[in-house]
Design a binder for this molecule. Structure first.
Ligand code: FAD
Length: 318
């Protein structure tokens, strides 16, 4: 990943996208439509989440492996420590390696059920992501990224302590971090400053900002609640005004603001020298593609004028 970010380029900042393992055949067809659309835009990498509590273990391995084997994309597999023993974590890393995946985003994960509830370490597992970074780095030639939190992680007592823990993950061998989604670019800039001030050397490692183009007020409120982050009140008011007071939110109006917001965040992050932009896609290509086109990072996609895109499954399952 860091090689891709550092590769010489004319002027465009790299971007990357996050997918999630699909639940059923219909969702899988949608994922692959998004994959094939983004593939043409040449993202630096694509990442695949690991379901809460390790719930999508097999699907994450299978689909990330398919990305590695049947596309030109560079896949990054997420791996969480929650609910896994060290033996299971080792075997997961082995399963990724067997499918040709060497880029892993190492995370602690949240407790199953209530992500904000009490954290319980697996009796034979690890307590913090830092230990999992050491474990994965010790297992072979893996390239590890970790999570960072512009607003601070919700379990950290303060921003300084959280910075210290992020730097510990970087010192343990992580080569970059991807942030949690945020909606105030100042939070990202302050995180970058804190890491640089705490450890100049680790501060040189890329902190990739994560952007979620909002397409639904209800979904973003839920996502923010589950991740323990915050929607700035000015943004929330704007979205609520657009959503209207009817029983169904005005999705088109909310979406227009979401695209506008993601575009202006992207512009500011580019101006501030972010190493790349990472987009949460929820396996849909349209909103992120619009933002990328607005930012000049990808050509506008005429096919979105009609939704008649063929599903392009990987060869062996088509
Ligand atoms: P850690 O780095 O272990 O930190 C957890 C908490 O412990 C923090 O408060 C930290 O400050 C504190 N801490 C760390 N080290 C120490 C120490 N030595 N002593 C005391 N306290 C310490 N979750 C999923 O389930 N699946 C995913 O695919 C997924 N992908 C994500 C992708 C990104 C980009 C991000 C930002 C998050 C993702 N998450 C995912 C959510 C993530 O698992 C949670 O946010 C989790 O609560 C924190 O994980 P972490 O790896 O940052 O944990």
């Amino acid at each position: 990943v860091v090689d891709r970010l550092a590769a010489p380029r004319e002027s465009r900042i790299p971007f990357s996208v996050e997918f999630s393992p699909p639940r059923d055949a219909e969702a899988e067809a949608r994922l692959w439509r998004a994959v094939r659309t983004f593939e043409q835009m040449r993202p630096a990498f694509v990442s695949m989440t690991y379901g809460a509590g390790g719930s999508t273990r097999d699907r994450t391995v299978r689909v990330t492996g398919d990305l590695a084997e049947t596309t030109t994309l560079l896949p990054v597999a997420h791996l969480t420590a929650v609910s896994h023993s060290i033996a299971e974590l080792r075997s997961m890393v082995g399963a990724y390696a067997d499918r040709g995946i060497s880029n892993i985003l190492v995370l602690r994960g949240d407790p199953p059920g209530d992500p904000l509830g009490p954290w319980e370490k697996h009796p034979d597992g690890v307590e913090y992501a830092e230990e999992l970074v050491r474990l994965v780095c010790g297992l072979g030639d893996f390239h590890v990224g970790v999570a960072s939190f512009p607003e601070g992680h919700h379990r950290a007592p303060d921003l300084e302590t959280d910075t210290k823990h992020l730097v510990a993950k970087l010192r343990a061998g992580a080569e970059y971090s991807i942030t949690q989604m945020f909606f105030d670019v100042e939070d990202y800039l302050r995180l970058r400053d804190r890491v640089e001030a705490y450890d100049e050397e680790q501060g040189r490692k890329p902190i990739i900002p994560e952007i979620m183009p909002i397409t639904s007020l209800r979904s973003v409120k839920r996502a923010v609640e589950l991740s323990g982050s915050r929607l700035p009140s000015a943004v929330e008011k704007r979205l609520e005004h657009a959503a209207g007071s009817g029983p169904e939110e005005n999705r088109a109006a909310v979406r227009a603001i979401g695209i506008d917001l993601a575009t202006s965040m992207g512009e500011r992050l580019i101006a501030e020298g972010a190493p790349a932009l990472h987009f949460i896609t929820l396996n849909f290509a349209r909103a992120t593609s619009e933002v990328l086109a607005n930012l000049g990072l990808a050509a506008p996609r005429p096919e979105f004028a009609s939704d008649a895109q063929a599903s392009v499954l990987p060869r062996e399952r088509a």
